[in-house]
Design a protein around this ligand. Structure first.
Ligand code: SF4
Ligand code: SF4
Length: 216
């Protein structure tokens, strides 16, 4: 019996001309790099140790999420140091970092890799270097806004803001679950607020004096 040809192996003959492929340069010239970027991030991530990385890869081997990252932590450190600002701030890696501190504990040069990731996240938010509907930076920004505004986070309001800014249709999908949690008293719409808001804002402003570092 003759076996049918698998679909993937069938040859399709068409009259259309072959499509032109776009040629993309993958190299970057030194003039296109931001050579001050490494120092800039190092200043915001507790010191100049970042610049002393020996590229041993221990951080990447330790990181539980490196398999899912577009650049491993070792590469992020190297690229940051060399000034690949656009690539680093556009990478998924900085948003996948779960702040577990495993890399920081293991690094033989005592580089604060987790703090570097935090610094890069802040830079990405401040400079708008992230996909608008990526839930991770949207959540981080919404959480910051809630705490800055009320002194506390109200989970139900945070979730509503997150869905509205990322995927409003998902909110409709989750509506029944939300209703169930609300009816059983596990989700409240009541806004939580602290009394000393003036003092809290003063404290926040004092630890974030640089406007470009404030994720607003
Ligand atoms: S573990 Fe430390 S020294 Fe080694 S590559 Fe990572 S950051 Fe660099
Ligand atoms: S802190 Fe982030 S980069 Fe470091 S090991 Fe944990 S997830 Fe990976």
């Amino acid at each position: 019996m003759k076996l049918p040809t698998p679909p993937a192996l069938r040859t399709t003959v068409t009259n259309s001309p072959p499509r032109m492929k776009t040629v993309v340069r993958r190299l970057k010239f030194e003039s296109e790099l931001d050579l001050s970027f490494g120092e800039h991030v190092a200043e915001r991530a507790y010191g100049q140790k970042l610049l002393s990385c020996i590229q041993c890869g221990t951080c990447s081997a330790t990181c539980p999420l490196s398999h899912y990252m577009d650049y491993t932590p070792r590469k992020i450190i190297a690229m940051t140091r060399e000034g690949f600002k656009d690539e680093v701030l556009n990478s998924l890696t900085i948003w996948l970092c779960a702040s577990c501190y495993a890399c920081t504990v293991q690094c033989p040069r005592q580089i604060h890799i987790t703090d570097v990731m935090y610094a890069l996240k802040r830079e990405a938010i401040a400079r708008g270097f992230y996909p608008a509907r990526n839930p991770i930076p949207v959540l981080a920004k919404a959480f910051y806004e809630r705490v800055r505004h009320d002194g506390r986070n109200t989970e139900s309001r945070l979730l509503i803001t997150l869905y509205l800014r990322t995927n409003p249709f998902k909110m409709l999908k989750e509506a029944m679950l939300g209703l169930h949690l609300f009816l059983t008293g596990r989700l409240s719409l009541k806004k939580e607020k602290i009394k000393g808001m003036k003092e809290l804002r003063k404290m926040i402003d004092s630890v974030e004096p640089r406007k470009e570092a404030v994720p607003l």
